[in-house]
Write a protein that binds this ligand. Structure first.
Ligand code: PEP
Ligand code: MG
Length: 586
């Protein structure tokens, strides 16, 4: 077996620990003894799971009707017959009556049936065993999507290995012992990668062959080079332990500038803010290091739950986030689900092109209840601190007009009913769909600020799926066309006298810092793990140097040329800094 696997570097740092494979939810079927007073509730869950699987099978059957042969479409009839077989239901209920929880009951009954079929002489009947396994998997998944169980590492460090790291996985993992993330799929800008960076966990994604390494295999995850080494040799371990130590030394050096102002060499202030995915991730958040939360991706908190949070629950959550931010502004982005961020309890249609589909603000405007509740909650929470509202995936003025109307109506309702709220809340829009750029003069009068979502903006401008590793090489934000577009956005915002920040991943990429500053950006919001590197870079250039660099870069005719220029200009300073660190350590 190949020991050195190459993938995409998704989150920096080195991890050394054994891997734990998470094949699917089925590997973690919860088994526990039910209390008799829960038997009835468990039987309701049984009905719900059967209903969900039936719906799924019928949908699949309809979808495939014109595509596969008629007799093949009947395999779903066979599966439906099993799900609706009264004996099957009785057998599962009998297990529940013996105190077995639903998922384990499914597993037991299916295994019993399966062994009967598998032992039959008739090959056609033996085939039915596979049908049973399939139906068992669907039922267990249907029951577990409502109640995912936590993985406990029993105090041992581990590296998460899976086909993909999905945002909702973060909710079920024992994060205190999670040292690294390795996956077979995913790209540098997928939400799983963003999440690993924001959790500060080294990650490599898109690794062919990683699923073949069994649980327990010792690995080195090199999140900077995008390499995973299985069963490392003593020399490799030694090398990477040294690297870990060096990184700690760099971190120590970076810690020295922790509370120094975020200014260029000639004193131009650039506000550094943090991106946050949930209140838990803000646990060791250092409010004094940042100017606030520039992007709170509220959808992650929604994804960790089993159903939509109520207005009061949301108020409590947003207040907590604001408290942790120490009174500094917190920018709550309204629910941005859809695309690669599904909500388990909100059925979304199968889409051929989810990234171009029903997501972000378009979904919320079609289901205004979601938007009303969330905006009301932010307005109420805002009474006790500094909250802002940010709208994702906006494509033009009319969507902003509708959101403004909702907001104004809610403010009026809260005022007339005497509920505390922030009546002057700032409203901003993400600039992440390219068509927004030319229409900014129409949109800007309606908003207080812009936030550039370069992750999606780059994806849509270059027509490269940010989650598809096959085209990942083409996803390059240093493309001169992207740089020129960023400049146009800044110019529009400046002309309208409105603030503009960058909250996509390039805001935390220190190679990008001088260019962004040179393009006129004065607010950068990033995963906290990058704050100090970016600040160091900022403190190494004058504003004029940044401007010259940005102008030259944006005027180049290829991405490669831009990268070369950046390397020449930045590497020197960065290596000088690293050299100084090593020197100071010895
Ligand atoms: C972006 O698109 O740049 C962004 C910040 O939003 P998300 O990554 O959550 O889509
Ligand atoms: Mg986005």
């Amino acid at each position: 077996m190949v020991r050195k696997l190459k993938g995409i570097a998704a989150a920096p740092g080195v991890a050394i620990a054994p891997i734990v494979q998470f094949h699917s939810t089925l590997d973690q079927i919860p088994t526990f003894k039910l209390r008799p007073d829960l038997f009835e509730a468990e039987k309701h869950r049984l009905s719900d799971s059967i209903a969900a699987v039936t719906e799924g099978l019928l949908g699949l059957q309809r979808e495939l009707a014109g595509t596969i042969a008629h007799q093949d479409a009947r395999i779903f009839d066979a599966q439906l017959a099993i799900v609706h077989d009264p004996t099957f239901r009785k057998d599962v209920e009998a297990e529940i009556d013996n105190g077995v929880n639903l998922e384990a009951a499914f597993q037991r009954v299916i295994a019993r049936y399966e062994s009967v079929f598998a032992g039959m002489e008739n090959p056609a009947m033996r085939e039915r065993a596979a049908d049973l396994r399939d139906i068992g998997r669907q039922l267990v998944e249907a029951s577990m999507t409502k109640e995912r169980k936590k993985y406990t590492a029993d105090g041992r460090d581990y590296v998460f290995a899976a086909d993909e790291f999905l945002p909702s996985d973060a909710g079920i993992l024992d994060r205190s012992h999670l040292r690294g993330i390795v996956t077979a799929h995913g790209g540098k800008y997928s939400h799983g990668a963003i999440l690993s960076r924001s959790l500060g966990i080294p990650a490599v994604v898109g690794i062919e062959g990683i699923m073949d390494a069994p649980t327990g295999t010792e690995v080195i995850v090199d999140g900077d080079a995008g390499v995973v080494i299985l069963d490392p040799s003593d020399e490799e371990l030694q090398h990477y332990r040294r690297l870990q130590n060096e990184q700690r030394a760099v971190e120590k050096r970076l810690a020295e500038i922790r509370l120094q102002p975020s200014v260029t060499l000639d004193g131009v202030q650039v506000d550094l803010l943090a991106n946050a995915e949930s209140v838990h991730d803000m646990a060791d958040f250092e409010a004094e290091e940042v100017a606030g939360i520039g992007l709170f991706r509220t959808e992650f908190a929604f994804m960790e739950r089993r159903q939509f949070p109520t207005e009061d629950e949301q108020v409590a959550m947003y207040r907590q986030a604001m408290e942790r931010a120490g009174g500094k502004p917190v920018t709550f982005r309204t629910l941005d689900v859809g695309g690669d961020k599904p909500l388990g309890y909100f059925r979304m249609p199968e889409e051929r092109n989810p990234v171009l589909g029903w997501r972000g603000i378009r979904l919320c405007l079609d289901w205004p209840d979601i938007l009303y509740t969330q905006m009301r909650a932010v307005l109420r929470a805002g009474a006790l601190g500094h909250a802002r509202i940010l709208l994702p995936m906006v494509t033009g003025r009319s969507e902003v007009v509708r959101c403004r109307e909702v907001l104004d109506q809610l403010i009026e309702d809260l005022r007339s009913t005497g509920v505390d709220h922030d009546s002057d809340i700032e409203l901003g829009v993400m600039v992440e769909v390219p068509v927004m750029v030319p229409v900014l003069p129409d949109v800007l009068p309606l908003v207080d600020f812009l936030s550039i979502g370069t992750n999606d903006l780059v994806q849509y401008m270059l027509a490269v799926d940010r989650d598809n590793q096959r085209v990942a090489k083409m996803y390059d934000p240093f493309h001169p066309g992207i740089l020129r577009t960023l400049k146009q956005i800044v110019d529009h915002a400046t002309a309208a006298g409105k603030r503009v920040s960058v909250c996509g991943e390039i805001a935390g990429d220190h190679w990008f810092t001088p260019i962004l500053v040179g393009l006129g950006i004065r607010e950068l919001s990033m995963a906290p793990v990058f704050l100090r590197r970016v600040k160091l870079m900022l403190r190494s250039f004058t504003e004029v140097e940044c401007r010259n660099l940005a102008e030259r870069a944006a005027g180049m005719s290829s991405t490669r040329a831009v990268r070369q220029l950046v390397e020449e200009e930045i590497q020197v300073r960065w290596s000088r800094f690293l050299g100084a660190t090593e020197g100071s350590e010895t």
